[in-house]
Design a protein around this ligand. Structure first.
Ligand code: ADP
Ligand code: MG
Length: 486
């Protein structure tokens, strides 16, 4: 019976998708089927992201129709990557009641959006001769175009919440996506950590590849630097240059502050920048600082940046934080009561990544203990990290205290070794310094002699482990805090 249903499901799907999507359907396999859930697999994450973003509604509709015809009750779908054990679907059904909005999303296709996408697709070359299929499928970028772009399909304008803090950057990004190399070139998006710069940059790229044949390439400045150094070492400069200058029309270069102090990389970047601009190609850059504040940056590069549009993103205000929480939890099929959302939005003011971290922690804890999300659960999990202590500490005092506690030297604490006896105390010190000083992530990066993202990940790691009830860690943190505040 299952095999028959599966065959019907595939057959109907194939009737409904265009050539572009057929490859994804052909790669679909079924790991398990129960009365409630089908676990569908794809060979890799990129294919899975694509299916979730572009084919999910179609898959659900077809499954619904097949089950109805067979007189069976509806089942939900979760997705996995082949050879990975856990389902990774963002639509995975939870232990909690579905948010009504999500239920509507799943069962009723978004007709307005579909028809908008149809009309857009009709204008595209690929839609020719395929018009009957377009009623079902949104216009989607070719898999090869998507892979070459290195874009994250989840970071779109649709999933980005607009608010006062990011309005200017959002509008500039929209303008660039609508008119690459015609609106603002370069577009320079800057602002603190975890507030949506990378998301917005991907959104520009995603919108462009979904609506045109323009080739987009996203890369971090670290990748640019490493690829450049590799090319120099292996005598492959020609290839490196072509891969960027000839093979893309829109270059999205993330975290450009990373090239500060790297003279050779800056020289190469300057030439790349000029070539792209001469060829009327769009450049979008992000940075954690305004160009004037990036030290050890060649003046000629700084002035190129300043010649474009500067768009800053500030920390999101309360209403935006609340909206982000609602949207993120909806997209994870996870219902957060309003009082809990309001509580989190009022406590977690630092950045969006930390807001997301809180949702994950609450979800994980509710999952493990099979509890419903309530204000008291949220308070229990969040209060210890976000309580406003009146006393702020000195980062060096924290480092000294952690070093003493673990019996390592200050040099080992800030040194390069990634051996476990140093990494664990270092992560704890970073976490404590973040919790009990007013230093930003970039400030902490300087204190610990590391990039700010390293500090960010360390802090998140500790917070996640604390949420998972790592008792040894809780003990260490408690002892250290007692010592620091005594
Ligand atoms: P940055 O590049 O500024 O450090 P990111 O773009 O990586 O930050 O954002 C961190 C996380 O927060 C991402 O998961 C992103 O989707 C989310 N995020 C940030 N701002 C928003 C927003 N305005 N709406 C929705 N999600 C957001
Ligand atoms: Mg970023």
């Amino acid at each position: 019976m299952n095999a028959k249903i599966w065959a019907q499901f595939l057959e109907r799907l194939k009737e409904q998708v265009n050539d572009r999507c057929l490859a994804y359907i052909e790669n679909l396999s079924c790991r398990s089927m129960t009365d409630q859930t089908w676990n569908l697999c794809l060979p890799n994450r990129s294919m899975l992201n694509f299916v979730e973003s572009n084919l999910d509604d179609t898959l659900r509709e077809v499954l619904h129709s097949v089950m109805c015809d067979a007189g069976m009750t509806d089942v939900s779908i979760v997705y996995s990557i082949e050879n990975e054990l856990e389902p990774v679907s963002k639509r995975e059904s939870g232990y909690l009641p579905f948010d009504p909005v999500t239920v509507t999303d799943i069962s009723v296709p978004d007709v307005k959006k579909a028809s908008f996408q149809v009309s857009r697709a009709m204008n595209s070359e690929d839609a020719a001769g395929n018009s009957d299929l377009m009623n079902v499928l949104p216009f989607v970028a070719d898999i090869k175009v998507r892979e070459a772009s290195h874009l994250n399909a989840n970071f779109t304008f649709d999933s980005f919440i607009k608010g006062g803090s990011n309005e200017m950057a959002y509008c500039a990004a929209k303008a660039v996506a609508a008119n690459p190399a015609g609106a603002y070139n370069p577009l320079f998006i800057y602002g603190g950590v975890g507030i949506g710069k990378t998301h917005l940059m991907h959104a520009i790229g995603n919108e462009i590849i979904e609506t045109s044949n323009i080739r987009v390439r996203y890369m971090t400045s670290e990748e640019f630097t490493n690829d450049y150094l590799d090319a120099v070492r292996n005598n492959r400069m020609q290839e490196f240059r072509e891969s960027i200058r000839r093979n893309c029309d829109v270059l999205l270069l993330d975290d450009i502050q990373f090239i500060a102090g790297k003279a050779e990389t800056q020289k190469e970047f300057f030439n790349t920048f000029n070539d792209l601009q001469r060829a009327n190609k769009q450049i979008v850059l992000t940075s954690d600082k305004h160009p004037q504040e990036i030290k050890e940056l060649e003046e000629r590069i700084r002035s190129r940046f300043l010649g474009g549009l500067m768009a800053d993103i500030q920390l999101p205000e309360y209403e935006t934080r609340l909206e982000i929480l609602r949207k993120k939890s909806r997209s994870e099929n996870f219902y957060i009561p309003d009082d809990v959302a309001q509580y989190i939005a009022s406590k977690v003011t630092s950045n969006v990544r930390e807001l997301e971290g809180c949702i994950k922690r609450i979800k994980a804890s509710a999952d493990i203990h099979n509890e419903h999300i309530s204000l008291s659960l949220a308070q229990k999990l969040i209060e210890p990290f976000y309580q406003t202590r009146t006393v702020l500490l000195d980062a060096n005092k924290i480092i000294d205290c952690v070093c003493r506690y673990f019996g390592i030297s200050n040099e080992e604490m800030v040194g390069k070794s990634r051996a476990k006896p140093f990494v664990y105390p270092r992560q704890i010190a970073m976490y404590l310094a973040r919790s009990h000083t007013s230093l930003s992530f970039p400030d902490l990066g300087r204190v610990f002699g590391r990039d700010h993202t390293t500090v960010l990940h360390a802090v998140q790691r500790i917070m996640d482990d604390l949420a998972k009830k790592d008792t040894a860690l809780q003990f260490d943190i408690k002892r250290l805090e007692d010592e620091l505040f005594k």
